[in-house]
Design a protein around this ligand. Sequence first.
Ligand SMILES: NC(=O)c1ccc[n+]([C@@H]2O[C@H](COP(=O)([O-])OP(=O)(O)OC[C@H]3O[C@@H](n4cnc5c(N)ncnc54)[C@H](OP(=O)(O)O)[C@@H]3O)[C@@H](O)[C@H]2O)c1
Length: 328
Amino acid sequence: LRGDPLRLGILSTAAIAKQILTAAAATPTIDAIAVASRERARAEAVARDWSIERAYGSYQELLADGDVDAVYVPLPNSLHAEWSVRALEAGKHVLCEKPFDRRPERVEAAFDAAARAGRVLTEAFMYRYHPQTERIRALVGSGALGALRTVRASFSFRATEAQKVLRLDSSLDGGALLDVGSYCVSMARLLAGEPEWVFAELDPAETGADLRAYGLMRFPGGVVAQFDAGLDAADWGLHVVGSDGVLVAAEPWHCRRPVIEIRRPGEPVETIELERADSYRLELEAFAAAIAGRPSPLLGRDDALGQARALDALHRSAASRLPVEPAA
Ligand SMILES: NC(=O)c1ccc[n+]([C@@H]2O[C@H](COP(=O)([O-])OP(=O)(O)OC[C@H]3O[C@@H](n4cnc5c(N)ncnc54)[C@H](OP(=O)(O)O)[C@@H]3O)[C@@H](O)[C@H]2O)c1
C-alpha cells in the first residue's frame, strides 16, 4: 500500500458520505473506487456524480471486490458493528461512523475481528481530528485552567422530517443521545477520563427514540460533566470550567470557525484562533496513515469501548431513573 492511494469503498449512499467523498477528492492518499447501495440505481447515481468507477447493488458485492482495500461505513447506527465485522472478515480496513455501537460486547467482538484479520478498525468521530480539539485537550491537560472542575457540552440541531425518519427509529438505534449526545460524551471522556457513574433523562419522541437527552457524568477527582443534546433545536458549544478560568469553544463539533476563548477573573479574555481545516480530510488521512503502519488512529478499541460503556450506562440510567455505574 505504501505510496499508492488507499482504494476506498463506501457502504451505502448515506448523506454524510458526501463529506467523505469531498475529502477523498481533496487528498492524494485516498481513491474512492466503489460505492454500494441496497438499490443499484442509487449507487450508480452517486458513482456518476462523484466519478466513482464501480457501483454495486449490495454491500456484500462491494466487500467481494478484491481491489477495495478499505471501507467507510455510514449506515444506520444499529448496523455499524455487523457490517464492520463483515468487512473485516472480507479483509478490508474499516472506518465506521459514530456512534460505533452502544453495546460494549458488540464493540469488543468487532475489535476482536479486526485483530484476527490484522486490519485497522476506527470510529469516525471527525471532531477528534481537528486541531482545535487537540488544543483544547492540551490546554486542559497542561493546567491552563487550574484544576478541572466541570465540562458543559451541548449539541442540538433541528433535524428535517426526512432526517428524523432514521434518527428517530429506535429499531435502528436512533435517538438524540447516540446521534449528537455521543459527541458530548466523547469530549467529556477525552478531558476527564472514564466516568464513575452517570445519570440521564431522555425525552422520547412518538417513535420511542429520544428527541432530547440530558446527562450528568461523574469522573474521578470530583470532575462533573453535564450535557444536553437534541434533534429539535439549534445549539452547540463547550465550556470547560477549571479552578482558575473557563475555556469556551463556540464550535466544538463542526469546528467551522475554530476559536477558543479563555476567561480568567480580572484578566482580558485570551482568544486563540486556529486555522480552518477539514476534519473529514484529516480523519481520512489518519486512517490511511494507520493502514500504512504509521501511528495508530486516535480512536481505537479502548476509546470505542469506553464510549459504549458510557452510552450504555446513560441509557440504563434513563430507563431506571437512577444513577448507573458503567460496566467495567
Ligand atoms: N460524522 C459526522 O459528521 C456525521 C454526520 C451525520 C451522520 N453521521 C452518522 O452517519 C451515519 C449515517 O447518517 P446519515 O444521516 O448520513 O444517514 P442517511 O443519509 O439516512 O443514510 C443512511 C444510509 O444507510 C443505508 N441503509 C441501510 N439499511 C438501512 C435502513 N434499514 N434504513 C435506512 N437506511 C438504510 C441507506 O443507503 P442505501 O439505500 O444506499 O443502501 C441510507 O442511505 C449515522 O450513523 C450517523 O450517526 C455522522
